[in-house]
Design a protein around this ligand. Structure first.
Ligand code: NAD
Length: 494
């Protein structure tokens, strides 16, 4: 049985806790590896080497740090297929989807290659007579990332690219469900010339996370995962004096107005709801269909579902793989099973005809879902699309704004005025206009509102650079005897 251990100080280190987790092959349902769960001592060891590596890495000049990122960019580019196949093997997503994940993660490394430009401060000459004022951005020290199962390569890249380029050292605690991509990334960073100890990986569960949350040498924590854990990470981390950004769950609504191109809307809804088996925080899980076109739209979505090829990533042509675990698959099934009793209409039942042997489920479509029903209220995180019928724009926007989550949303319309009003009104962090999955490119920043993000800073892009640095402002003058005097008053501009 393959054993996955930690990565500390530039090499694989076996865990000391004696505890481990099961890594399944979701396409067969069989165990394919075990992963060491870190003890408090394992975490302390990783933090200690990261702390020891910080002074030298922080002092490494900007060109050298950028050079490491450029080399990492080349290595990830050259190893796209290897990384993607690790993702398919442990997460289950099909190869094309996995390659997309690598490409979107790579963008963040490319962004970090521009770190010399991104870390420029401001300068004000002659703020007072003979006095200049300027700001500098400095790294925080040891920072940690805690990541979810659904993007085992991209989400770590959202974090470590900027964190390292800014001069921090890093401890990653990836999802225990699909831990191999982070180990491969660690090897690539070493090959790229990153000094040992600068990037470390500890695997595990709450024990490892809690130690990171309380460790006095961790300065900041980036988290991506479900809302209850995000809230816990934010509350505990900030209580312990750390800077925290904690991204949580989602329930992304796509509003389709009566004037929309219905074929385009149906294609988009199907792609965004069922891609990656719905295990994306930016997946569309609710279509808000205007009454005038709702029957047509539901029928167009229904017509597209049978063509979706569900099966293992290892077989060419499949478009949707299994869910991450049997437990999660059964939970998702429960929402489908309960929908009709709640008063919704089950149009397509994905429990029928799924491939056997792994954690498969076919796409489900539920019509007439409403607030108060579990299938509408909860984040299902599976291949289940619900439709809620609306009288028009106002009812749709009210539903979106009343939702506890505010990660992503989209409007489908040909009416520019309605789209502009939507951008203005909607209380959601990432908005698509005729674009169903509006994940921002790496030179913007990613993050939702409300229960989809705890903290003040969105992830990656310019806000990522701000998160991983702190600003120092220097007020400076050079000795000039003619301006020197004793003055006990509060300093003023002269
Ligand atoms: P999760 O919250 O179960 O786990 C995320 C991380 O937290 C993992 O590393 C896990 O080991 C750790 N963790 C789990 N339980 C913990 C506990 N009790 N105490 C401390 N740490 C704990 O999330 P997941 O199932 O891996 O990922 C799916 C969730 O992530 C979905 O809710 C999805 O919407 C969300 N997600 C959000 C975004 C975003 O950008 N907002 C992106 C991807 C995924």
């Amino acid at each position: 049985m393959n054993r996955i251990s930690h990565w500390i100080d530039g090499r694989v280190v076996e865990g000391s806790s004696g505890r481990s987790g099961v890594v399944f092959d979701p396409a067969t349902g069989e165990q394919q590896a075990s992963v060491d769960f870190a003890s408090v001592d394992d975490v302390d060891r990783a933090v200690a080497v990261a702390k020891a590596a910080f002074p030298a890495w922080r002092a490494t000049n900007l060109s050298r740090r950028a050079e490491v990122m450029f080399r990492m960019r080349e290595l990830v580019d050259a190893n796209r297929k290897e990384i993607a196949s690790l993702l398919s093997k442990e997460h289950g997503k099909v190869l094309g989807d996995a390659l997309g994940e690598v490409a979107r993660g790579l963008e963040n490394i490319e962004f970090a290659c521009g770190i010399p430009n991104l870390l420029k401060g401001g300068y004000s000459e002659q703020a007072s007579t003979g006095v200049d004022v300027y700001s500098i951005k400095q790294p925080l020290g040891v920072v940690a990332g805690i990541t979810p199962f659904n993007f085992p390569a991209m989400v770590p890249m959202w974090m470590f690219a900027n964190a390292l380029a800014c001069g921090n050292t890093f401890v990653l605690k990836p999802s225990e469900k699909d831990p191999s991509a982070s180990m491969f990334i660690a090897e690539l960073l070493k090959q790229a010339g990153l000094p040992d100890g600068t990037f470390n990986v500890v695997h595990g569960d709450k024990v490892a996370v809690d130690r990171l949350l309380e460790h006095p040498d961790i300065q900041a924590i980036s988290f991506v995962g479900s809302t209850p854990i995000a809230r816990y990470i934010y509350e505990t981390g900030t209580k312990n004096g750390k800077r925290v950004q904690a991204l949580g769950g989602a329930k992304n609504h796509m509003m389709v107005l009566a004037d929309a191109d219905l074929d385009m809307a149906a294609d988009a809804a199907v792609s965004a709801a069922y891609g990656s088996a719905g295990e994306r925080c930016m997946a569309i899980s609710v279509v808000l269909a205007s009454d005038a076109i709702a029957d047509d739209l539901v029928s167009k979505i229904k017509d597209r579902i049978p063509a979706i090829k569900v099966g293992p990533a290892s077989e060419d042509g499949n478009e949707m793989g299994p869910l991450i675990t049997g437990e999660h698959r059964d939970k998702v099934k429960g929402y489908v099973a309960g929908a009709e009793a709640e008063g919704a209409t089950l149009v397509v039942d994905g429990r029928d005809g799924a491939p056997t042997g792994g954690f498969f489920l076919k796409p489900s479509l539920i019509d007439n879902a409403k607030p108060g029903m579990k299938c509408y209220d909860d984040e299902i995180f599976g291949p289940v699309l619900t439709v809620t019928r609306i009288s028009g724009y106002q009812e749709g926007i009210d539903l979106i704004n009343a939702n506890q989550f505010g990660n992503g949303t989209a409007i489908f319309t040909r009416d520019g005025g309605a789209a502009r009003q939507f951008e203005f009104d909607v209380q959601v962090g990432m908005v698509g206009v005729n674009v169903p999955i509006p994940v921002p490119v790496s030179y913007y920043s990613f993050g939702g509102w409300k229960a989809s993000l705890f903290g003040d800073t969105h992830m990656y892009g310019p806000e990522g650079v701000n998160f991983y640095t702190r600003t120092k402002v220097v007020t400076k003058r050079w000795p000039d005897p003619s301006t020197s005097t004793v003055d006990l008053g509060f300093p003023q501009n002269r």
